[in-house]
Design a protein around this ligand. Structure first.
Ligand SMILES: [Zn+2]
Length: 55
């Protein structure tokens, strides 16, 4: 399942949401995991698959 990156307009935090393309198309109501705000903005037009984090 792809990840989409969002930025919270309230607290400025960026986070990734894992959702299907279908869910993304219908503009599912994601909310900031930090402050709970619904004012989030999609900041990455291209989805990307999870990658291994650097050690
Ligand atoms: Zn926030």
């Amino acid at each position: 399942m792809p990840y989409f990156e969002y930025e919270c307009q309230n607290c400025g935090d960026t986070f990734e949401v894992m959702e299907t393309y279908t869910e993304h198309e219908v503009d599912a109501e994601e909310r900031c995991p930090i402050c709970g705000s619904l004012e989030i903005e999609h900041i990455d037009e291209t989805s990307h698959v999870p990658v291994c984090e650097l050690p």
